[in-house]
Design a binder for this molecule. Structure first.
Ligand SMILES: *[C@@H]1O[C@H](CO)[C@@H](O)[C@H](O)[C@H]1NC(C)=O
Length: 146
């Protein structure tokens, strides 16, 4: 019995307990209010187009990455399309995206996106999701979805 307890406390010490997730930055300055104001009306249109739930958007934005929501993936595609940042193959034009990023966060955005340049996926929704997943993995603190 004592051995079992020792083993258990040892496993927990090694990190087998709930892993610590980085906390997304959410305050008055970040995500930038101007960018939010620009994205919100487009988001509303894309919610109507795709039928994504707001809880799925909030979950992906502020909690975990999940792969099983087709509407969410197509919502991401719709946002790219209506903000004119992708081409007809679903490839992102980083300079166009940066037009919507305030100058003080350009470096944050560039660092988040620097390794996310070769989207994979059988269609535009899958490829849009590929970017979002890549960004969230690269910088879970600054990544957000509206
Ligand atoms: C995207 O491009 C279309 C067509 O050129 C234009 O009507 C629309 O206003 C643009 N949207 C944004 C957010 O720039």
């Amino acid at each position: 019995m004592r051995r079992l307890l020792l083993l258990l406390s040892w496993l927990f010490a090694l990190g087998f307990s709930e892993p610590q997730r980085p906390v997304p930055r959410r305050d008055a300055e970040y995500p930038p209010p101007k960018t939010l104001a620009f994205l919100r009306p487009i988001g509303e249109r894309c919610v109507k187009e795709t039928g994504v739930t707001s809880s799925a958007i909030v979950r992906f934005s502020d909690a975990d990455i999940f792969e099983d929501d087709r509407a969410l993936k197509c919502y991401m595609e719709c946002m790219f399309r209506l903000t004119n940042v992708t081409d007809d193959r679903g490839e992102l034009h980083m300079l166009k995206l940066l037009e919507h990023v305030p100058p003080e966060y350009e470096e944050v955005a560039l660092r988040m996106g620097v390794r996310c340049t070769r989207p994979k996926g059988k269609d535009l929704c899958e490829r849009a999701f590929w970017y979002h997943k890549c960004w969230k993995l690269a910088d879970p603190v600054h990544y957000y979805l509206v």
